[in-house]
Design a protein around this ligand. Sequence first.
Ligand SMILES: Nc1nc2c(ncn2[C@@H]2O[C@H](COP(=O)(O)OP(=O)(O)OP(=O)(O)O)[C@@H](O)[C@H]2O)c(=O)[nH]1
Ligand SMILES: [Mg+2]
Length: 506
Amino acid sequence: MAVLDVEQNAVVIRIVYDGPPVAGKTTSLRALSASLARPMTSPRVAGERTLFFDWVEYTGGLFEGHQIRCQIVTVPGQTVLGHRRRALLESADVVVFVSDSNQNAVETTRAYMTQMRAVLDKVPGPPVGVIVQANKRDVPGAVDMATLKAALPETGVAVLESVATSGLGVREAFVFAVRLALDRVREQLRYHQLTVKSPEVQNSDELLQQMEQRESDQRVIATVEDTHEPSAAWSALQETVDAELRATAKRAAQSVEPAIPSVPDHNVPSGMIWPPVEGRVLLLEACATSFVPRALPNGDWVGETPSWRFHSPRQAVYGDADLGRRALIEWARMHASGQRWFSAPRAVVLAASGDGMWRLWQIVRTEESVRDQLVRGIADGSPFALLRRLLDAGRHLLAATEAFPLAPCRLPITVDTVGAPNGVPLYIGFLPDPFLSRASRPISAEDRPIVLRRELSTLASTELRGFDGSRFPSVRAVARDTDSAAVIDAVTDVLTDAGVVEAAVR
Ligand SMILES: Nc1nc2c(ncn2[C@@H]2O[C@H](COP(=O)(O)OP(=O)(O)OP(=O)(O)O)[C@@H](O)[C@H]2O)c(=O)[nH]1
Ligand SMILES: [Mg+2]
């Protein structure tokens, strides 16, 4: 969006600070604002979280006789605000991608950078430059730079280290970014692509106004489109926040910060649970036994009650209820569109987390996995029956490699995430965050046996250890006509590798 403002004799460029949630974009801009001695404005923040952007304006230096005016903005990192992030990225002349050095942020960093690249690739004109500002280098256990670089989805990108809280490295990244932006402007000049006009927005207020206007235009379009697919569940989900919700929000805002998030219960306000009616019934049952959630190493929260499992991704936390509800709608949409592939019942709930924030939980009934089925076989079956179960496991896994790639998002095919409650393979694990999930992709006929062998070997090496090979019949003696050759071969090879059957008994 660089423009040549002839009236002001200035080239106006936009430098966008992008990156995963809480990576330190706002903190970087705050440090830069201090270093440049220019004020930072942050409209409509929710606590520490950016909702729209932070803004700093800086004029300094000359380019071809024109002053260089920099509009420096951060994006909001929360996944649910992806539409605002995208709009700002589309306006960038250069991006400072702020990454987080915490071990558990590597996956998100990677996903965010891939998303950023997809947006930038569509920006018309010369390529938009990117510099990675590897932030939080001071945190204990920070991933080393080589690992961090290797985890980035693109190679050859400039990376500078920073500690935004102390300002270290922030100004250097900014100076480099301005250079990249001016390289782009020079290309635009060369090909007569540089627009000569005053910039669309002159200050933070105007940018906010522009973004709000665009969003309200899009809502009108979305409302018109929505009327084509009326559904009681959807309209119930989208009903406005009622007094009940406001009361809960107030209670949540008053409570003190707990280390462990509060868990949902069946009294959550309406509009905060999907599916609206069955979901509440499910919650009543699932939460009949209380549980204390525990954090996984990646920062996600999980919990179990006798027949139910709960999961809340690290990043699925929202500063206000409306944002959470927006995310809930995306989660619900994904659940609804993939019912053919997912075990049921399932629910998604937005619950006050106890610290004034809101957290999304998904709740799944515990189903027997391919691994569980085999383990049950070990406990009560003969070697013959056990082998039969291994062949069944292979059949379900192979069927999953054919069926799951048709689901609306990529689903991991493992002995723990595939089950066959009614003889048909279903995904029994937790769904990925729809804002971060990857598109499903077909698994080729050559790759399917590879997945099959990988998962069967996992089963053999963990569950069949200690079995005496001499007790096993040959795989062919147990196989039925309905077992495919791919499964029979895979089971035979895996058992032979595990030393459970002799190669000779094939
Ligand atoms: N230790 C350490 N903490 C940092 C650093 N940079 C930022 N933080 C902390 O990380 C937290 C999040 O920082 P923000 O700057 O608000 O993150 P953000 O990327 O703007 O987050 P969103 O706006 O929600 O996307 C704050 O508590 C910061 O103090 C750093 O270099 N080192
Ligand atoms: Mg921020």
